[in-house]
Design a protein around this ligand. Sequence first.
Ligand code: SAH
Length: 423
Amino acid sequence: MNVYDGQRIAAMLEKHDFEQTDKIEEADIIILNTCAVREKATNKVFSALGRVRRAKKPDALFGIVGCVAREAGATAFQRIPDLNFVLGPQSYHKLPEILKNPETKLLNIDLTGLEKFDELPRMEKSPAVAYIPIQEGCNHCCTYCIVPYTRGRELSRPFKEVLHDTKHAANTGAIEICFLGQNVNGYKYTDEAKGKTYRLSDLIKETAKLNNIKRIRFTSSYPTEMTDDLIDMFRTEPKLLPFLNMPIQSGSQNVLTRMNRPYTLNLYIDIVDKLKSARPDIQISSDFIVGFPGETDSDFEQTMEIAKRIKYINSYSFKYSPRPHTAAALMKDQIPESIKAERLAKLDSYLNELQRSFNESCIGKTMECLCEGPDKTGKHLVYRTPYMQQCIVNATSPNCEKQLANIRITAANKASLRGEIVD
Ligand code: SAH
């Protein structure tokens, strides 16, 4: 989501004759696009702002956009008095106002719904992977999560508009479409005039008809929104990649209830089984939170067990971080930092093992992969497999200019694969 927001902000500034630079000391405007999901990320923003402040040209404008801006609001100006703008995730399209009036302080953290999608200019050229947000906000209200506060209630974008963006991306260079939403599989848009309700499966069907688009995926999915029409897409639509991020968060029923994630483990397992019967080569990834208030050793062991049962191939795991405006921050039995750290280390080490073993199981296989470009050394090309694994190929390989290539996997470790192009 933040990658997409960053691209739209860059496109907007290009329309105002700005060009991108990675040198702070040369920049005329510096924007930190921020995430407030965990406390550490929020703290980092303010230390980074301090560094920017010292390094920038004296008259350069600087500010924050995104969820930390929404969370901090006017207090950001108290912490960093010479900050020029603070714009929330639904109001960053107001940025040009500061260009018109650089002497003022611009604060806008309103939840303006889908307005930004109408106001912002489209990117003229799409990257090979086009991120297309199909909704804003979230209605699930997990007790640990700040997103409903920072990004507001869930709103699905009109079906026609999303398809318009998808077609535009396909016509300007996209090969892969990644639909985005906090609860992406809950996408639901009713066209009152037609009396028809569209779901994510409808978006996938229409997108798959575009010749230039070869790969489709979506993130991030909420387990109970994984409806049969969507599961069926994995059976019938070969362009849909066989990889799904479906966060479980915890393997303990008690913890899930207190997280306000009201699904049973059996239901989650049933959904995975249905997905596997629709698409036998599908692999799942998850997000986990350890050390949620009240989590016992036995709750944590159940998280280890579910990881073993599902065999996630790549996951994100976090120590629970109390966030403002959330119910869990007020719960008793907050877990000490040392126990959170111990549990995270244990879970991470097991998840890494699962990842390594899946990566190793790919050796000898040939997969169609998408080229992301050269690595830092310039000696290799970096590709993405259908499972989002990174695969490194010698740049001297023939046909390396092709964006999609069949690659035979020759070696693997935890983090990445090595491969060679097959003609
Ligand atoms: N709906 C999005 C949520 C974005 S946050 C999604 O499903 O991806 C991404 C992940 O951050 C969540 O899945 C959760 O595992 C983690 N997270 C959210 N709030 C957290 C908190 N307070 N402490 C630790 N991790 C958190």
